[in-house]
Design a protein around this ligand. Structure first.
Ligand SMILES: [Zn+2]
Length: 222
């Protein structure tokens, strides 16, 4: 192994053979280091040069694991066509304005589209839209330049806060050291249907958009 990195929600393990392991933890997959025993859903077990053993456990089977040539990684089906990383320098108002231009899709769906911005989760989109006062059902082409200028830093700020708080969304999510992630982050709207909006005190609403819950304040978000 020569290094670890990440692209969107894929973990990348670069090897000295010139290829890279691409893995996705799915809904609740996890990697265990030097497991004391093999568990039922340990689908892949591998040993690295140092002698450490890693078990990839994925009870719900939404995860994936594959290998690709390191110098052709961007061509792998999982990674091809991905938009910029939200915390990277390429995720700019100019980029988002181009991605929204003329689009008749809701802004919520566009922000969840991996080709627009890679690896942005439902929670962070709900939160960033509330921060900027943009209704999740507004069409991409109707989002103003000023709102886009506010949306990009809001996405970055929401992500940075979540990372600082432990980054966990599932109670059984484990960090790489095996410790459970925190689950004490108080979101502005996410998961708070019927609760008071922190800005205007009106109840937070929930609506399902393309199979995902959108939490928003109909007063603050237009
Ligand atoms: Zn409100």
């Amino acid at each position: 192994m020569t290094g670890l990195s990440r692209r969107a929600k894929y973990g990348l393990v670069h090897t000295d053979r010139g290829d890279t392991m691409i893995f996705h933890l799915g809904m609740s997959g996890r990697m265990r280091l030097d497991p004391s025993e093999i568990e039922k859903h340990d689908h892949v077990i591998f040993e690295v040069d140092s002698g450490k053993v890693v078990a990839f456990n994925d009870a719900r089977r939404f995860g994936s694991l594959d290998f690709a040539d390191t110098d052709r990684l961007d061509l792998h089906p999982a990674l091809a066509g991905l938009g910029p990383e939200p915390l990277g320098d390429a995720f700019t108002p100019e980029h988002l304005a181009r991605a929204f231009d003329g689009r008749a899709a809701p802004v919520k769906a566009l922000l969840l589209d991996q080709r627009v911005v890679a690896g942005l989760g439902n929670i962070y989109v709900c939160e960033a839209l509330h921060v900027t006062g943009v209704h999740p059902e507004r069409l991409g082409r109707d989002v103003t330049r000023g709102e886009i200028e506010a949306l990009v830093p809001a996405v970055k700020a929401v992500l940075e806060q979540a990372i600082a708080a432990g980054g966990s969304t599932l109670r059984d999510h484990a960090q790489v050291d095996g410790e459970l992630g925190y689950f004490q982050k108080e979101w502005r709207v996410y998961g708070r249907e019927g609760g008071a909006c922190a800005v205007c005190a009106k109840p937070v609403e929930r609506r399902v958009q393309s199979g995902r819950s959108s939490f928003f304040c109909a007063t603050c978000q237009r």
